[in-house]
Write a new protein. Structure first.
Length: 127
């Protein structure tokens, strides 16, 4: 279950200096085990950098007393979805979306990132 409030708390406590991933290098040009691991590490590095940017936006918004925008919230949710192993059968997002605008942003982000084989069911009385 994906809980938006927990995602926000996790973003606030995120410290990129403490948990920065270690860079890998390709030793062999062929697509061997080391190359596959490099590709996985590159993806992890990209996800880490994207999350660091979103976490900074969350911290910045909260530090000035602003509401976290729907776009930032959706970015947090999409990051969390990207961390779910591919063999997983799905996920539930608790307390989101609450408005049609949030629903629209979420569906656009999901369709742009997870268009193949994903069925999304929105069960919200608020939308």
């Amino acid at each position: 279950m994906i809980k938006v409030e927990e995602l926000i708390q996790k973003a606030v406590s995120f410290d990129p200096v403490v948990i920065a991933p270690v860079n890998s290098t390709i030793v062999n040009e062929e697509l061997d085990t080391e190359s596959v691991e490099y590709i996985k590490e590159t993806k992890r590095q990209r996800l880490f950098e994207e999350y660091a940017s979103v976490a900074a936006l969350v911290k910045g918004s909260l530090s000035i007393g602003a509401v976290i925008s729907d776009e930032i919230t959706v970015a947090l949710i999409i990051h969390e979805i990207s961390m779910i192993p591919e063999r997983n059968n799905g996920f539930v997002i608790q307390d989101f979306p609450n408005t049609r605008a949030e629903l629209s942003l979420l569906m656009k982000a999901i369709s742009g990132n997870y268009a193949n084989g994903l069925i999304v069911i929105i069960a919200s009385e608020r939308c």
